[in-house]
Design a protein around this ligand. Sequence first.
Ligand SMILES: *Cc1c(COP(=O)(O)O)cnc(C)c1O
Length: 663
Amino acid sequence: MQKEIAELIKLDGSKEKYLKDIVDGKFYDFPLQSIIDAETRLAAKETPSISYFSMEFGLAPSIYHTFKTVNPVSDLNILSRHEVFSNMKDMDYYHSLPLKKILDLPIYSGGLGVLAGDSLKSAADLGISLAGIGILWNKGYFKQKFWFRSGGQIPDALAWDPHTYPGLIPLKPKVDITLSGQKLTLKLWKYYVYSNDLKNVVPLILLDAHTDENPDYFRELTDQLYRSTNGWLKIAQRMILGMGGVKALDALGYSIGKYHLNEGHAAFAFVEKAKSQPLEELKPKFAYTCHTPVEAGHDRFDMQELSAALGPEGTEIMKNYGRDERNPNVANLTLLAMSTSNHVNAVAQKHGEVTRLQFPKYKDKIQSITNGIHTHTWLSKPIKELLNKYKSVIGDWENEPTLLANVRNLRTDAAFRHDLWQAHAANKQTLAKFLEYWYIDNRSFTIAWARRIAPYKRPGLLLHNPNRLIDIARRCGPLQIIIAGKAHPADVPASIHMDEMLEKINLLNGERKLLRICFLENYDTYFGKLLTSNVDVWLNNPLPPFEASGTSGMKAILNGVVQLSTLDGWVVEAADKNIGKIFGYVPPPGEIGSESDLKLAEDSEALYQNLEEMANLYYATLSGKIKIEESAWVEMMINCIAESGFFNTQRMVREYNEKIWQD
Ligand SMILES: *Cc1c(COP(=O)(O)O)cnc(C)c1O
């Protein structure tokens, strides 16, 4: 029996130890039957399945579906030490965060990857037959360390051990691609993503160049995500994902009817397919999701360099379909994906408008499918229990998260309002406990900003004028600010923002009575969940229109965490739903503007004014000056949860399925 299973899932049979976790109808303690069903469906010739290509996938067993193993797990896969950089310096020196957890699968850098991971989970929840294709990054992205004395971030290499990461299994088939005239061999791994009810799975296939057949300079190709400035290396990584991915699906015997490219990184999948099939046959099979609203954000390569890596056949295809319109010596992966996919989509309504302006030639096929988040992953326990208590009004939201819209019907229910306030208090208690050494308490007004440190996201806006924060705290009550995020090590402006923030926090040392600021090291999905569920206000202040969608605020609204946001990305679609306060610069219609003018002075002032109003309302509700029954704060919390009925990947993946995959 075990041999048959190993055969079915294509496990590398020479690796005996993995079989110890596949016993008694279980796979790492999860039902094996779901895997058998999914693999059988993926192989069925008469019903072709979907493939979903992405450079990164965010999956974290520390917050959802933890695989259990009987084999030893390397210490490298356990994170046990996190520092805090705060304005309570003495605490930073003596304490680190009380945390011991399994590392996120270290193959993502930010929101794009988290979205890809959440999409796989919802595809599983919806019973869609789908396989994910990605890369096994042997050194992850990077590990962030703070440099205490001078302030700033040190990017440490991340060492982890795929061979003892629970649930990650090596496969027997390997695939080859030709890179710069040489054979590159790719090893394959598999990681099963289970549905919430455990009845279905979606396999994620990961390509890995670390194999004996390859010379060292090839093995390094799958070391680090997004860390190369070398054109050849970037091209090679994209060839691995796109071309290696197509070959991997064939080698595993999967019958695929749709190739979904999550970003242009995977566009060489088309080049591989076009070697044996005509364009007109392929176009309906390709779908492309564009995630960036900035033209400069699209992958471009020198045609000659590309040609040397790709070989004559691939180059011919690139020249036909992926030549930059303005510069014939440049290959443009976005244009390749746009011109060869019948289905193209942007990730929010507003992003769709911007994308149609940028690519007028393709405007008729560019749709918008607004992003979402996976409800079961991001929902905190107290709010989950609350929703279950009111299931008779809400409906079976666990099977159908879109029913959360019915929370609106509880708006005038006094008991619900009190229960919601209590559930939120329990969440804040969790945060207070977690950061107790930093004097974070469960009653003070708490605001968080956490995401990639990218200049357009304006990480330092809240700290622009720290004196204003102290003023607000004096007038309203203490302010607690929690920040987290990594700056891409090669992004110099981002690193400067980061240094400035740490410097400002340093200067506020001694203000802890009024203002407590903690910058948590090494932001990941675990901290993402901790912060999006346990603070009072989620701050989102990108410079419009540069945030295609954003998703962290969606995690927050699900937990009743009120928004303080600029008008950009997904927030535009909820702007009239009273989920918080909207402030700041709005670009004139039809204009994209420039990322270099961050408008920090004007927008920070607007931010402080709104923050003060919010702090007043929060403290009035907390003290009972405004009754829970009448509090506009509680009203906003309810609207937030109700809106999360729309901003989830159950709705989003269903839209992909109906509008694109089944088309
Ligand atoms: C959700 C999430 C993101 C995305 O945040 P945005 O607000 O969309 O920028 C990035 N990183 C992590 C770890 C996340 O959990």
